[in-house]
Design a protein. Structure first.
Length: 299
């Protein structure tokens, strides 16, 4: 494999880490964007010649610019074959109690970080496509939450829905330049994001106060419990990484690639079932309680 360089964000753990390692072992030159020096040291210990861990926080435009200059200098006139926008986080909270700073940070990470990185790297992608038969790729990581929402992670769902729309627009816009835009749609994957979601739930509960706990505690726990049970049945990150490689190596890649049976089931439900029936199925799984407080908040 010659002249195929890839940048992937969010490579410190989970799917991002597994994908970076698999692609480096498969012959790609991989620039692995990571936020912490500890995670960089971990990847460096693998001693993979084609794996370049670099500090990259996609919420910081100076990080993106520095990464672009480093990649540009390294790949030279070859350009870059693909970028994989994988960086993400989660925040779980009742809408009535959300913290705007935390919500904005989530959207900055998932959506604006992706948009800014894509904007800055497009010249290198176009350069690759102008010199090679293989079309360059932009792979954005959505979620089953891009097509069907889950309670209490409304900002995560909003960002993932936005990624789907953004990427489909890109697919039309960039096709004349030989650049394919693709969305990976994972269902349950065994990654640390589920543990972080549970931690976010616990953190939210501490800040709800008595009335908030009375209103939301039970249903928050139910939501967290269902997410945990899904994680136990989730796809291993190594298997998920192979879907990314498939999207990179297909001569005519699809717009969406689904990871896990649950993602395929939800996609089927979205396409063929009425919204009311799909939502009733999720309500049945969640087993939320209808909770009322017989007083108004004091103004």
């Amino acid at each position: 494999m010659v002249n195929k360089a890839i940048l992937i964000t969010g490579a410190s753990s989970g799917m991002g880490e597994a994908t970076a390692i698999l692609l480096a072992k498969s012959g790609y030159t991989v620039f692995a964007g990571i936020r912490s020096q500890l995670a960089i040291n971990k990847l460096n210990e693998l001693c993979l010649d084609k794996l370049y861990p670099i500090i990259l926080d996609v919420t910081k435009i100076e990080h993106i610019n520095n990464t672009f200059e480093f990649v540009k200098k390294t790949v030279g006139e070859n350009g870059i074959y693909a970028i994989i926008n994988n960086a993400g986080n989660n925040y779980s909270v009742p809408t009535e109690y959300f913290d705007e700073q935390k919500a904005r940070f989530l959207v900055e990470t998932h959506f604006w970080g992706m948009a800014n990185l894509t904007k800055i790297f497009l010249p290198l992608l176009r350069l690759y496509s102008s010199k090679n038969k293989n079309q360059a790729r932009i792979i954005n990581v959505g979620s089953v939450g891009s097509i069907s929402a889950f309670p209490f992670i409304q900002f995560y769902n909003a960002a993932k829905f936005a990624i789907l729309g953004f990427t489909e627009s890109l697919r039309f816009e960039l096709a004349p330049y030989g650049i394919k835009a693709i969305v990976i749609v994972p269902g349950s994957v065994k990654t640390s994001i589920w543990r972080r979601t549970d931690e976010a739930v616990q953190d939210s509960l501490l800040k709800l106060g008595n009335e908030g706990k009375e209103l939301y505690q039970y249903n928050l726990f139910q939501s967290s419990k269902l997410a945990a049970s899904m994680e136990k049945r989730g796809v291993a990150v190594e298997k998920a990484a192979k879907v990314f490689r498939k999207a990179l190596e297909s001569s005519n890649p699809s717009f969406k690639y689904f990871i896990g049976n649950d993602a395929n089931v939800v996609n089927f439900m979205v396409k063929y079932l009425p919204d009311s029936l799909r939502q009733s199925f999720l309500k049945m799984k969640l087993r939320f309680k209808s909770i009322q407080i017989n007083k108004w908040k004091s103004e």
